[in-house]
Design a protein around this ligand. Structure first.
Ligand code: E4P
Length: 219
């Protein structure tokens, strides 16, 4: 399983990229709005930092396929080597995915909450599907079961090349579960990367090595 970082904060993106752990970035309208900067400018800057797929979503106010395609083309044009157009899971969204994919523009179908939605998005030509794990957990449904089901379902059809991005990942246990469930990618907030890399025994081990070393060899 690869990691994408789920943020529009360029400092967090740089920090994670410097660690060498991320292969791409996902954003959404809420994450970009949180940064309070120009939408397209933010995406273009992110694409200069990470050499991998960068998901940028069509406007949150857009509901028709024709406009989604126009906006998708503009997002893609920001950096055709990296940009992936994120499209919400609706009938119009599927039409837009079909049209963009016919033009060779990669897409990420977002707000997936059922296996059937994932199958529809795959058949429309989505490069990625993003099932939202944490938001299902929030309403007392086991989000990880959705990732497992989509993974198993796609395995039945070798012609499906759509990759599964486990999204709405909120903690390190989600990450391990997604890897065991066979997600191709987990997109994680920076905070979760930090939580994953720390272990109290690692921290105390470093302190003990330092203490023992300094006793004999000095600072
Ligand atoms: C995925 O692409 C979304 O940006 C994200 O993972 C949503 O996470 P949240 O449910 O924690 O907002």
């Amino acid at each position: 399983m690869k990691f994408f970082i789920d943020t529009a904060n360029v400092d967090e993106i740089r920090a994670a990229n410097d660690m060498g752990v991320i292969a791409g970035v996902t954003t959404n309208p809420s994450l970009i709005a949180k940064e309070g900067r120009d939408y397209a400018e933010t995406l273009a800057e992110i694409a200069t930092i990470v050499d991998g797929p960068i998901s940028g979503e069509v406007k949150a106010t857009t509901t028709d396929a024709e406009t989604m395609v126009k906006e998708g083309e503009a997002i893609y044009a920001l950096d055709p080597k990296h940009m992936v157009v994120k499209i919400p899971m609706t009938a119009e969204g599927l039409k837009a995915i079909k049209a963009l994919s016919a033009k060779g523009i990669p897409t990420n179908c977002t707000l997936i909450f059922s296996a059937n939605q994932a199958l529809l998005a795959a058949r429309a030509g989505a490069t990625y599907v993003s099932p939202f794990l944490g938001r299902l957990d929030d309403i007392s449904q086991r989000g990880i079961e959705l990732i497992e089901t989509i993974h198993d379902m796609f395995l039945n059809y070798p012609d499906i090349e759509t990759q599964i991005i486990a999204a709405s990942v909120r903690n390190p246990i989600h990450v391990t579960d997604c890897a065991l469930a066979g997600a191709d990618i987990a997109t994680v907030p920076y905070k979760v990367i930090e939580q994953m890399l720390h272990h109290p025994l690692t921290d105390s081990g470093i302190e003990k090595f330092k203490e023992d070393y300094c006793k004999v060899f000095g600072e």
